[in-house]
Design a protein around this ligand. Structure first.
Ligand SMILES: NC(=O)c1ccc[n+]([C@@H]2O[C@H](COP(=O)([O-])OP(=O)(O)OC[C@H]3O[C@@H](n4cnc5c(N)ncnc54)[C@H](OP(=O)(O)O)[C@@H]3O)[C@@H](O)[C@H]2O)c1
Length: 325
């Protein structure tokens, strides 16, 4: 593989636009191709971001031998088919969150990726951001002692729109797969998956999807809690409380560029601020490219076992809330 990575963007919805800007800003990345189910939409997207090729079908993108890695940006319920298509054509994949609708789908995709020796990663950009990595470093080096509690929230008020994927169960709608996946990933990234109990409650709203929820994680020596939802206005902070201090993420914790370390008397010890190079998505792009260059099929920053463990938790919550998974 050359020093430049040829990216293909599969699906040209909202997040694909944000991601395309990051590809164009990231060193070593080339927005080579894009694909939409609609040829005219693909051509418009391609023109906007300078893609060499634009395709009116996902198959054509997957089949293009010059594409090094495909970024899958379709709704959740399409990920399984779209990623499988990429794998069938021997393509590496960075797939948007939530990676699949359930563990069964994910397990199958992971198996195929391993059989074909292809790179596969959930586009959980939070885990590639400098703030998150700084917090990991503070925890690892014992700066806050033993973690006793984590709090993380992610709400994003959005009006009901029956055409929006967020309110359409058949597209994987609902706040869990769209928003709660972030606090769940965050909490488990620091406290692990060995929970004693997970309790939760969810409200269902228009469209028949979970619109707001709260989850409590009980560990042997710690607690964590989170809320997520479409009807709550929140600061979306996250805090990790340890026996010797705490780590506080600024609002919009999952993408903030600022995180602070306090001691147990509440004295500020350190502030880490790393302005994004573009919009924050460039870090996952750079990480995927680094892995491809090093011949890795998984990112050590976001291994598939972590993604699978988060998916299992979400399976359990969805089952508890009456979804058939
Ligand atoms: N990382 C983040 O910060 C972030 C933020 C927002 C969303 N996301 C994730 O990105 C994915 C897409 O979200 P989005 O907000 O971009 O959604 P969106 O605006 O609804 O776009 C989704 C795109 O998927 C394609 N698509 C394929 N099959 C479809 C179907 N049956 N119905 C509707 N669209 C279909 C369409 O593109 P074509 O018409 O071009 O085929 C559509 O424009 C989701 O997995 C979401 O969780 C991530």
């Amino acid at each position: 593989m050359s020093n430049t990575t040829n990216w293909g963007i599969m699906a040209t919805g909202k997040i694909a636009h944000t991601f395309a800007k990051a590809v164009n800003a990231a060193e070593g990345a080339n927005l080579y191709a894009c694909a939409s189910r609609d040829g005219a939409k693909a051509a418009e997207f391609g023109k906007l971001y300078g893609a060499e090729k634009s395709y009116g079908s996902y198959d054509e993108l997957a089949a293009d031998p010059n594409v090094d890695i495909v970024y899958v940006a379709s709704p959740m319920s399409c990920h399984y088919e779209n990623v499988k298509l990429c794998f069938e054509h021997g393509k590496n994949v960075l797939c948007e969150k939530s990676i699949t609708m359930n563990s069964a789908q994910l397990d199958e995709l992971v198996k195929i990726a391993k059989e074909k020796n292809l790179f596969f990663m959930e586009a959980m950009w939070t885990k590639c951001l400098p703030t998150f990595l700084k917090a990991k470093e503070w925890v690892r080096s014992g700066r806050i002692g033993e973690i006793k509690a984590i709090r993380a929230d992610f709400s994003n008020p959005v009006d009901f729109d029956p055409t929006d994927r967020l309110f359409r169960p058949e597209l994987g709608g609902g706040a869990l797969l769209d928003l709660a996946v972030y606090p769940i990933t965050f909490i488990t990234a620091f406290l692990g998956y060995d929970t004693v109990e997970i309790s939760s409650s969810a409200n269902f709203g228009n469209g028949g999807v979970d619109t707001d929820e709260a989850v409590i994680f009980k560990y042997e020596n710690a607690f964590a809690s989170m809320t997520a939802g479409f009807n709550m206005e929140n600061e979306n902070r996250a805090v990790i409380v340890g026996t010797e201090g705490r780590i506080a993420f600024d609002p919009w914790f999952f993408c903030t560029d600022t995180v602070r370390l306090f001691d147990k008397t509440n004295k500020l010890l350190e502030e880490s601020k790393t302005p994004h190079l573009c919009n924050g998505y460039e870090y996952e792009i750079i990480e995927a490219q680094r892995c491809l260059g090093a011949g890795l099929t998984e990112s050590p920053l976001n291994p598939l076992s972590d993604t699978a463990s988060v998916m299992k938790i979400m399976d359990g919550l969805r089952k508890d809330w009456g979804y058939s998974i």
